[in-house]
Every structure is written in C-alpha cells, then in structure tokens.
Design a protein around this ligand. Structure first.
Ligand SMILES: [Ca+2]
Length: 475
C-alpha cells in the first residue's frame, strides 16, 4: 500500500503542475510596419536579426491580416476578436465602446496579471500621443489592464507617458523604453508565479521619424526621411531581442506565447518601398494596406517551427488565446469574426474554414483562401473586384467577369458581412440593444483636462507646432 501511494504522488503532482501552467501571453505590435519591412523578406537595406531569429523559433505567417487598414481599428479588433466597425472604432482616433468585451478583461478574470505598454489610441483622442489621464473613461484600465504605461497615440524618442494617470518622462528610443518597462512588470509577476498578459504597442515606425545616429549608419544612401524611418525599425528590432532575452533569463520563455504583428500596411513615399510588392499602402483595402508581418513564438506550444501560408488575422487573436488560456465562452462578445489558430500550432490544416471579413470606410472585403473580393462604394452604386491571390499577389487581374460562380458566392458573402456589421453598429450585440454614449473623436487639446499642460508641452517638439496652431485658432 505504502509503495502504491508513493507511486501515485509524482503522477498527481505532474498533472497538477500541468494544469496550473497557463501560458503567459505577450502581444507585440508595430505601428505602420509594412509586410516587406523584415530582414527575412530579403529587404534590400533593413536587417532585423532579432525578429528573424524569433521567426526561426516559431510560426511565421506569410498571410496575416491586420484588423483594418489603419491603426485604432486593428487595436479594437485585437482586443475584441471583431471586425472594428462593430466596436465603434470606424477609423483612427475613435473610442472603443465600453460595451465591448475585451481580451484584457477576460485575462484578468482568468487570473492573469494584465499590463499595457505604449500606444493606446482607443480613447477617442487624436493628435500626437499624449499622456492618458486617470479620469479618462476609456483608459487601458477601463478595458482590463491593471498596469499601464500608455500614451493616446504614436510617440517617439524621449517620450512623455502616463503610468495609470501619473505623468512620467523618459529618455531614449521609445521601443526600448516600453520593452524595459514591460520586462519589469513581467519580472514582478514571474517571481510571484502569476501568469501575465502583456501588451506592448510600439510607436515605431510611425512618424515623426527620429532615430539614434547609431541606428542609421547602414542607411546613409537613403533620403534623410527614410534614414530616420528605417533607423527606428533597427531600434524596434533590438528591443525584440531585449524582450526575448529577458523572458529567457527569467526562465519563462518556454511557456510564454509572444505574438508579433503590425497594425496596418506599410507607408507610401518611402524608398526602398515598404510593402514587399503588394498593391497600395496603409489605408487601402488592397493587400498593401491589410497584409502585415506576423510571428508567434511559443516553444512549449508550437511543435513545428515553420512559415505558414495559412491565411489568418488579428480577428483570430482573441479566440486563439481563449483556447490556450482556457477562457470562458461568455468572455467573447458575439459575433466573433475569427477562429482559434491553436490547431495550426501543431500542423498545417489545409484551407481555412472561416473566411476573413473586413469593413472600413464603406468598403467591404472577404478573404476566402486564395480568393479575395472587395466592394467599393462608387457614386451611390457598388463596384466589385475579385482577385486570386495565389497567382496574382499584386491584385492586377480583376476576375469578377471571368469567374462568375465565385463572384456570385463571394458577393453574397460581402452582403452578409455588411448586414451583420451594420446590426452591430446599431447596438444589436449589446444587452441593451443600443449603443451607449461614447466619447467624441477629437484632438486631445480640445479636451479641457489637457489645458493646464499647454504652457509646458508647447516646448516639446512633438506637440509644439500643433499646439501653437490650436492656441492661435482659439484667439
Ligand atoms: Ca499605424
């Protein structure tokens, strides 16, 4: 009997420790990095050794889609699993509706320590990133983040930020600053054996472009603007190295899922170009606006390191994390537009079962494996385009007339997406069946609580010109 007991103890212990080992989750997002701006994409001048190494140790996506073609919309999609118009985030600078259910809230309920570091852009405030105040009804804390060091929008070198409402000034590159701060948060929780959910949203390589001299040295042949832009990406890549090294040193890298992506496609008017040969840029519903770099690294959960051509997107993040972290079904507001990718961590799955939907500025898109259909509003009518991305990645050959069967099928799908999103816009997904009042989309200097800071912040290069113009216009 005694022997039997001894035999069972280790077994029970193993089962317990397995079920207790929830994966940590770190979501990392660049701001305006195009699909082609990666060393592993054979970029002509940019080297990203740390992101390359991450991709060689995880699952790299060839076809990963942002939530929308600009910034706040994708952030709303990441946090809700829903195409952004449903959430009230119709364009950059809109506030995420407080009636949405967020990933941050779900992770907190599941026992995770939750932290947001960097750009937020879901509180209705436009203009260069400013500290977010404690009395802001839509700060990260209102959406489930216990710890936050955040700014309203894009930020650059030597930023001024807000730690839960308290203003903090930092010096150095913005990417390195937020990774450093995120690592402190991770360390505290790793030591306490508490699983952590950390969101790191960079302000790079969004303008204004200001890079350290050392980061520009490979780019001397580029235009001054491109030197700064590409220099920022060098620093961001280095901060990825810091993050990965930090996780390894704390002994938590094996069971931490790090998901890197960009928030929208690359920028126009930069040489070398940003989108790796895709059509158009940020803002567009063509691939150049929507397709972004993405890598998931999770040594314990991804059994086969590889590049996958499986189409996936920001809509899949919430359902995937829900599966691996064991969240409740009720944590996700319906309709959900994505699907869990957890099975893809183990092997290739063949065609994607659930087409990817998008709606932005009246344009509706469906990506159904090789095929992509777009509808454009056109003088009161609707214009359709259909592409086969498998042999026409550059979206040059419109197949609407050549492939009538697929056109008809996907046109119906577009109509269904549009109708469903319109119902969400009208508040049908909420218990109240209507939309509660939300903050307006304004510039932060239009909000009274920022006024006391004008005289000080007008000296700052990132605010000065805009703030001066605003003060002039008020006279
Ligand atoms: Ca952006």
């Amino acid at each position: 009997m005694k022997n039997l007991v001894l035999l069972f103890i280790p077994l029970l212990f193993t089962i317990n420790s397995l079920s207790a080992a929830k994966p940590n989750v770190v979501l990392v997002m660049a701001d305006d990095q195009g699909w082609g701006q990666m060393g592993y994409m054979n970029h002509p001048v940019l080297k990203t050794p740390h992101l390359d190494e991450m991709s060689e140790n995880g699952l790299r996506f060839d076809r990963f889609y942002a939530g929308g073609p600009v910034c706040s919309p994708t952030r709303a999609t990441v946090l809700t699993g829903r195409t952004h118009d449903r959430t009230g985030v119709f364009d950059h600078g809109y506030a995420l509706r407080s009636q949405e259910k967020t990933l941050g809230q779900a992770m907190k309920r599941a026992g995770y320590a939750t932290g947001h570091f960097g750009k937020w852009h879901l509180n209705g405030l436009r203009g260069p990133g400013a500290p977010i105040f404690r009395d802001d009804s839509h700060h990260p804390g209102a959406f489930g983040f216990d710890e936050w060091l955040s700014v309203t929008n894009f930020f650059d070198r030597n930023p001024i930020m807000s730690r839960k409402g308290k203003i903090k000034e930092y010096s150095g590159d913005s990417s390195e600053i937020i990774v450093n701060e995120a690592l402190k948060f991770i360390k505290t929780n790793a030591r306490a054996n508490k699983p952590f959910f950390t969101v790191i949203w960079y302000g790079t390589p969004h303008d204004p472009w200001i890079a350290a001299k050392v980061d520009k040295k490979s780019f001397t042949k580029l235009s001054p603007k491109a030197q700064e832009h590409y220099g920022e990406l060098v620093a961001m890549d280095r901060s990825i190295g810091m993050l990965r090294k930090g996780l390894r040193e704390m002994g938590v890298a094996q069971n931490t899922l790090v998901w890197f992506m960009s928030d929208n496609g690359g920028l126009p008017r930069l040489d070398p170009p940003t989108t790796g040969g895709l059509r158009s840029f940020k803002g567009s519903m063509y691939e150049g606006g929507l397709r972004v770099p993405a890598i998931i690294e999770w040594p314990k959960g991804i059994s086969k390191v590889r590049v996958t051509k499986h189409p996936a997107g920001a809509v899949d993040i919430f359902p995937t994390i829900a599966e691996v972290a064991g969240l409740e079904k009720s944590d996700l507001l319906k309709p959900q537009d994505g699907m869990s990718l957890a099975k893809l961590f183990l092997k290739e799955l063949g065609p994607r079962q659930k087409p990817l939907p998008f709606r932005s500025r009246g344009r509706v898109v469906v990506v159904d494996n090789d095929y992509k259909m777009i509808s454009f509003p056109d003088n009161g009518k609707t214009r359709y385009e259909l592409y086969n991305l498998a042999n026409d990645m550059g979206e040059q050959d419109n197949l609407v007339k050549k492939e009538p069967r697929i056109s008809n099928r996907l046109r119906k799908r577009l109509k269904a997406i549009d109708d469903s999103v319109t119902a969400s816009v009208n508040g049908q997904d909420y218990r109240e069946k209507k939309v509660a009042p939300q903050p307006p989309r304004i510039f932060w200097w239009e909000r009274e609580s920022y006024r006391p800071y004008f005289s000080e912040w007008i000296k700052r290069p990132e605010y000065g010109p805009r703030l001066k113009r605003h003060i002039e216009s008020q006279k």
